[in-house]
Design a protein around this ligand. Structure first.
Ligand code: GTP
Ligand code: MG
Length: 454
């Protein structure tokens, strides 16, 4: 039996409530020794899923009035006996109660140790465990939904489906090769190939969902560029919802980079508003222009802003050339004024083009749609379950490599037992992905990313 662990499960800081969580065979006994309930009932006598109100004291010192919640093994998050002490929030009280619990023999929990125990006790799979971490750190609404759907096992279902196809194939091929006397029908080449192709398709779609999922989870570095006075800062302020950048009708207003993270629909954008790009003799503005240009090359997404009320200038042309093949949306601003710019020329140079008015907010939905197209989130259905971590991505990719190798082996006329071995490699990668067959090192790595208390 593993030792009993304890940690503060709520974030550090001031709050209305704090929770100390204790898991392990001594959990009930430890809490019993520092808790006195109003009803007189002992913690060790409490049934699972019941609560008790009373006070916590340590060596005669009264600490706080608390509610104690009991979960009995195996019907708990970790699968072990678990007690949660809900106390008044605040750093002092939660730490003081934790100290009392540790004083009675519990050990401080390692990062992710509660969830690790849940995994080791078969309460959740490895992909679900990873999505617990995802939920803790999810920023946007869709991100949380994607993480939740993984938790509900959608990813697991998709992987199990591919794994099922491959296991059926491998089993049939091995039976046919190993037991010739059983008259098992030979696997015909076409069926074999079709099954592998459908496994390949599903793996490719999973792998493609990874980048889009990452965008939703982690956001994208977005830079707003354009010549002076086109309305970059006005767009920045529209997206942030407050006067983040200074706006004036004087060209060259913004000089340094102004940053803010916003949600455009369900995509988190880390926005940088920059100095208008033009040649200038002003040394300060020149530094700003240089910074704007260097941001451009590192950005995951670019809003290239043009002023629809003036014809294209040399500065606009220079920018259009800089943006060749970049992940850019041409934002033709001031659509509330008469159009004098050559928007067809812009469209020729930049595929994704929208008319907006940063002043009135018109066109913002279209901008959102173009962004979704560029970063690949438009066609993403998070309810299908998506790959959530680099580890899952790598395992899915090795499975795909093996499936592709098996397909070329068949085309090359390699013997079926060799093909079987390659298919088994693919199965192994998938077993590793789901955590059904993983090394201890991988498990430790997954849980080390968690915060203490989870
Ligand atoms: N009519 C109209 N005016 C706008 C719109 N967007 C911005 N403006 C005006 O254009 C002027 C310049 O706006 P800014 O947002 O400061 O432009 P900028 O691109 O940040 O300029 P620099 O920081 O100098 O590079 C201001 O007078 C804004 O009010 C718009 O959609 N319609
Ligand atoms: Mg500006």
């Amino acid at each position: 039996m593993e030792h009993t662990i304890a940690a503060i499960s709520t974030p550090v800081g001031q709050g209305g409530m704090g929770v100390i969580r204790i898991s392990g065979q001594d959990a009930l006994g430890i809490v019993d020794s520092i808790f006195e309930s109003v009803s007189g009932k002992r913690v060790t006598e409490m049934k699972g899923y019941t609560a008790s109100f009373g006070k916590i004291s340590d060596n005669g010192e009264h600490i706080d009035e608390v509610v104690v919640l009991v979960f009995r093994a195996p019907l708990s998050y970790t699968g072990e006996d678990v007690v949660e002490i809900s106390c008044h929030g605040g750093i002092y009280i939660t730490k003081r109660i934790l100290r009392a619990v540790l004083g009675k023999g519990a050990k401080p929990a390692q990062p992710g140790e509660f969830t690790k125990r849940a995994f080791l006790n078969g309460k959740i799979g490895l992909t679900e465990a990873e999505s617990v971490m995802d939920i803790i750190s999810a920023v946007g609404d869709r991100s949380a939904r994607a993480a939740l759907s993984v938790l509900e096992g959608n990813l697991r279902k998709r992987i199990d489906n591919v794994k099922g196809i491959l296991i059926d194939l491998a089993a049939h091929l091995s039976a046919w090769a190993d037991y010739p006397e059983e008259e098992i029908p030979e696997v015909d080449g076409l069926t074999l190939k079709n099954s592998l192709i459908s496994a390949k398709k599903e793996l490719v779609s999973l792998i493609n969902s990874y980048d889009a999922g990452k965008v939703i989870r982690e956001g994208v570095d977005t830079v707003i560029v354009g010549k002076p006075n086109v309305g970059k800062s006005t767009l920045m302020n529209l997206l942030t919802g407050f006067e983040r950048s200074i706006v004036t009708d004087i060209p060259g207003t913004t000089r340094d980079i102004v940053e803010e993270t916003v949600m455009l629909g369900d995509i988190p954008l880390r926005l940088s508003d920059t100095a208008g790009i033009r040649s200038t003799d002003d040394p300060v503005e020149r530094i700003g222009v240089k910074r704007a240009k260097s941001r451009l090359s590192a950005a995951g997404l670019i809003f290239a802003v043009f002023d629809s009320s003036t014809p294209l200038s040399d500065d606009d042309m220079e920018l259009l050339d800089l943006l060749k093949d970049a992940p850019a949306v041409a934002v033709i601003n001031k659509a509330d004024l008469d159009v004098k710019t050559d928007s067809d020329f812009i469209k020729e140079k930049i595929r994704h083009t929208v008319f907006i008015s940063a002043k009135t907010g018109e066109g913002i939905k279209e901008l959102e749609r173009e962004v979704g197209d560029i970063v690949g989130t438009s066609n993403l259905d998070p309810s299908l379950g998506i790959l959530a971590t680099e580890r899952q991505f790598n395992d899915a990719e090795s499975a795909l490599n093996s499936v592709e190798e098996a397909l070329s082996a068949i085309d090359a006329g390699i013997t079926l037992d060799a093909v079987t071995v390659i298919i088994e490699d693919a199965i192994n990668s998938l077993l590793e992905l789901t955590g059904e067959r993983v090394t201890e090192a991988v498990v430790d790595k997954v849980f080390s990313h968690f915060c203490v208390g989870k």
